[in-house]
Design a protein. Structure first.
Length: 419
């Protein structure tokens, strides 16, 4: 079945305290890992929007209340190996706490994109977006190919700019939507230790087509018979964690649900209407966005499951209708949330392993409720540092991330021997 799938983006900022990034200034050269970078010629507002619109007829106009940015990056590879740099390596964050990546925008020529050999340089333009009333946002450089934080930097867009901070106080956890038989209805707020979630509306079929961009529309144009199966939910999400570290909400956080609360697998995820709800959030940051699915032809239900990561124990449910969901004919006690399938491999201390899924949580203790130390991308190399621990239905291994020096515990289900 044809589908347009939203690609998972490695949450390179997840659980990082952006306030600890060294703050640089526009027009001033600085070192970022192997790079020597200078950001300059910042354009904002109508001028930036006009240049971005002229670059491609696929570029949307800025949403209400949003300003586009456009700036030049001069980059020299001061390292000893060739490195790729891309306009996707940059993001913008303002006082709202929303980290905005403009992945859907094609910048004007010359585009910052290419492999740079040692001692060589590249120049190009990078687009961005921020709330129109934010006078002094920060630009973030966090290479999506250089793991860890050693190459990360924040660049102030005002002479007296400082990194945005928040005095957000978390809201108390509630039990709304904790039972799949009693999902949260529209405008009821789910509160977990990590997130506040509110379903605003759902749209279907041709309405999803009209709200989506060219990627999803191309899928419908190739076979219009699939359009009636489309559903999209608009939700408001707030990062409910304390502190000042970024949390990443993955594109897979929302899924269709069976009546027993299990995720309905093999469901195509459509590229959602803009803005996509997934992304990086500072504490207290709130955004409204979309998740979209192509429902199975025989699907009869209205329940959506919310579980950002597979090891998150606090799973919640919301509904756009009467709360009905199809029966799960494959459900068994062995497949329940509390008794996951056991891992197929065991690892000795000192073994080098890699993660076999994207967005895997490294936790401070061997527990699904323990603090998240870091969120690990697919294929990240880790080192086993001790013996396994059985807890919460998982086998947990103590590991170290050599790229960051972070240590913690990871469920064995998400690990395999490297090589």
């Amino acid at each position: 079945m044809p589908s347009s799938r939203t690609m998972s983006v490695a949450p390179v900022l997840s659980m990082q305290d952006l306030a600890t990034f060294p703050v640089q200034q526009l027009g001033t050269a600085f070192t970022a890992g192997p790079w020597q970078l200078t950001l300059s010629n910042l354009v904002r507002g109508a001028d930036a929007a006009a240049q971005i619109a002229a670059a491609s007829d696929q570029n949307d106009a800025p949403a209400d209340g949003i300003d586009y940015l456009l700036f030049q990056v001069d980059a020299t590879n001061a390292g000893s190996e060739s490195i790729w740099i891309d306009f996707d390596d940059f993001a913008v964050v303002g006082s709202s706490g929303i980290v905005r990546r403009s992945l859907e925008l094609l910048p004007p020529e010359p585009i910052l994109q290419g492999t740079v050999e040692p001692g060589q340089s590249i120049s190009g333009l990078v687009p961005g977006a921020v709330e129109g009333d934010d006078a002094a946002p920060a630009i973030l450089f966090d290479s999506r190919l250089l793991t860890g934080t050693w190459a990360d930097a924040a660049i102030a867009t005002a002479a007296d700019g400082a990194f945005p901070s928040s005095a957000f106080q978390p809201v108390a956890v509630n039990e709304i939507g904790a039972d799949p038989a009693a999902p949260a209805a529209t405008n009821e707020t789910i509160v977990t230790a990590d997130w506040q979630i509110e379903l605003l509306q759902a749209v279907f079929g041709q309405d999803v087509y009209e709200l989506s961009d060219f990627r999803t529309q191309a899928v419908g144009d190739s076979d219009p018979s699939y359009i009636p199966l489309w559903a999209a939910v608009q939700v408001q999400v707030t990062n409910n964690r304390p502190g000042s570290a970024v949390s990443h909400l993955p594109v897979t956080a929302f899924s269709l649900s069976y009546s027993d609360g299990e995720e309905m697998l093999d469901v195509s995820r459509l590229t959602p209407p803009i803005p996509d709800i997934s992304g990086d959030y500072l504490p207290g940051a709130t955004r409204t966005g979309w998740a979209a699915f192509e429902r199975p032809a025989d699907f009869a239900g209205s329940v959506v499951r919310f579980q950002p990561y597979r090891t998150d124990a606090d799973v919640r449910y919301l509904t756009w209708g009467d709360g009905t969901a199809p029966t799960n004919s494959q459900s068994t006690a062995a497949q329940s949330e509390t008794t996951p399938v056991p891992p197929g491999e065991t690892f000795a201390s000192g073994t080098t392993v890699t993660t076999n899924e994207a967005d895997v949580n490294l936790r401070a203790e061997p527990s699904t409720s323990a603090d998240i130390v870091e969120t690990i991308a697919l294929g990240t190399t880790l080192t086993i540092t001790g013996d396994p621990v059985e807890a919460d239905g998982y086998t947990w291994y103590p590991v170290e991330d050599p790229a960051t020096g972070n240590t913690g515990f990871m469920a064995a289900n998400f690990l395999r021997v490297a090589g």
